[in-house]
Write a protein that binds this ligand. Structure first.
Ligand code: NBP
Length: 477
């Protein structure tokens, strides 16, 4: 009997996705470069289920019904190329390769081209939700051949997360679009986490909140506009006691040095390439970098002064509400940047991304899942060509009200010497975006002065250059 689907790569993600697929009624054939991994899988998690394991790649390919649908869950980069190279000689025209790894979108664009020449369909798929999501329902962002997508759509929808019974899996557009959307998702995940962490630090250091109080604040916030997975797990984290230092919280004993796998950085790099402002994600990446300078920071903390920490004199209730509003509004600014970035990429690569649909697939399974994604969907339903989320009626109302809280929170943090890079960059973005005039006129004058880069004028068409030195010399005389 031929198997319905093939899965290559049996570490955490591949194993869990394979189990997820099988649990939806598919027969699954599996392959892993190192055969012991396959054997272990078959002896343990897969025992008694509809799996077939293969030691040789040719047997694996031959075990699949045609057109073959093969999900690759191997390390991104060279391992993905190596896996494709071993598969290729055994594949037939019309077979479908789905790369579910965290692949750089430009690699997906290239592989898509190469596979097209060979008559193989290639689908670059963002899969979000980590280990748990892979097993029970991830968010799936598939880019590539539309025809092939339609063939595997029932499978991808079946294994994906569901929100109100709607699957969080969709076709994003051609070639690298799925992996691009996943990359921006990961960038947004960085900024969501950084914004929450900055607010936590104010709660802890200004309001001197205990773990129990922190838990209550986040649990309460999770019932309203901020309702999301990340706020929910943050509330949980403040309940976890430490097993080593009894009577303390685990979070207080964790080294304040953040790790990363690089996808947030990719999102920033792409924004720089496209020339779109992506300051909140970028500041969040930098915040991780500076956190990693722990030894230097410990030294510097003994050398460099900040303001004297003053006891907070204001109303705790008021500050709590300001922090909630600041967090929600900054989050909106971050999504406004993320969606604007996808808009620019869509133009650049002709992807024709559907932003409302993307918001819908982010609603379940993935790390940034949140109630407010429904609001983004509604915004794009109202105006599919929306320039910026902040201009939508719902988001505009929030912005026009909550920006005041964000200012108060940032001012407080500055007074107390607490770094809030992501919150600050959200406000700087907002204030820049809503400014009819910016000081770039002076920049243009400077550029024209030292480099004859020319400038345009407000009052007439054309390109101008001024001999600035002559003018200043004349004025000096
Ligand atoms: P890893 O990213 O650790 O990849 C391990 C797999 O890659 C193993 O099957 C390994 O085979 C195979 N592999 C390597 Br390494 N080099 C190879 C090569 N040269 N040729 C063939 N196979 C090779 O596993 P993971 O954490 O399960 O993630 C799988 C993919 O899913 C990655 O792209 C990851 O970025 C992505 N992803 C991960 C998460 C997450 O939360 N972990 C979430 C979403 C997406 P071996 O057993 O023979 O060494």
């Amino acid at each position: 009997q031929l198997q319905n689907v093939g899965v290559v790569g049996l570490t955490v993600m591949g194993k869990n996705l394979a189990l997820n697929i099988e649990s939806r009624g598919y027969n699954v054939s599996v392959f892993n470069r190192t055969y012991e991994r396959t054997e272990k899988f078959l002896e343990n998690e897969a025992k008694g289920k509809n799996f077939v394991g293969n030691e040789k790649i040719e047997d694996f390919v031959a075990s699949l019904e045609k057109p073959r649908a093969i999900l690759l869950m191997v390390k991104a980069g060279k391992p993905t190329d190596a896996t494709i190279d071993t598969l290729l000689p055994h594949l037939d025209e019309g077979d479908i390769l789905i790369d579910g790894g965290n692949t750089f979108y430009k690699d997906t664009i290239e592989r898509n081209e190469k596979m097209k020449e060979r008559g193989i369909h290639f689908i670059g798929t963002g899969v979000s939700g980590g280990e748990e999501g892979a097993l029970n329902g991830p968010s799936i962002m598939a880019g590539g051949s539309k025809e092939a997508y339609e063939h595997v759509e029932p499978l991808l929808k079946a294994i994906s997360a569901k929100v109100n019974e709607e699957p969080c899996a969709a076709y994003t557009g051609p070639d690298g679009s799925g992996h691009y959307v996943k990359m921006v998702h990961n960038g947004i995940e960085y900024s969501d986490m950084q914004l929450i962490s900055e607010v936590y630090f104010i709660l802890k250091n200004v309001l001197k909140m205990s773990g129990e109080e922190l838990h209550e604040v986040f649990a309460e916030w999770n019932k309203g506009e901020l309702d999301s997975y990340l706020i929910e797990i943050t509330a949980d984290i403040f309940k976890k006691e430490d097993d080593v230092n009894k009577g303390t919280l685990l979070v207080d004993n964790i080294l304040d040095t953040a790790g990363q796998k690089g996808t947030g950085k990719w999102a920033s790099q792409s924004a720089l390439d496209l020339g779109v402002p992506q300051s909140i994600i970028t500041e969040s990446v930098y915040a991780r970098f500076i956190s990693a300078l722990k030894d230097e920071r410990v030294k510097a903390s003994k050398e460099l002064n900040g303001p004297e920490a003053e006891e907070f004199q204001g109303s705790k209730e008021e500050l709590l509400e300001q922090l909630r509003q600041a967090l929600y509004f900054s989050k909106i600014c971050s999504y406004a940047q993320g969606f604007a970035q996808m808009g620019k990429a869509s133009e650049e690569y002709n992807w024709n991304l559907d932003y409302g649909n993307i918001a819908m697939i982010f609603r379940g399974g993935c790390i940034i899942r949140a109630q407010f994604l429904q609001k983004i969907k509604e915004a794009y339903d109202r105006e599919p060509k929306l320039d910026n989320l902040l201009l939508d009626s719902y988001f505009k109302n929030i912005a026009n009200d909550y920006h005041k809280s964000l200012r108060k929170v940032i001012a407080l943090a500055i007074e107390q010497g607490i770094a809030v890079p992501a919150l600050s960059s959200a406000l700087a973005y907002y204030d820049s975006y809503r400014s009819e005039r910016l000081p770039a006129n002076l920049l243009q004058a400077q550029r024209d002065y030292f480099g004859a880069h020319t400038y345009q004028r407000l009052d007439k068409e054309g390109t101008f250059h001024t001999e600035w030195q002559e003018i200043t010399q004349k004025t000096d005389q």
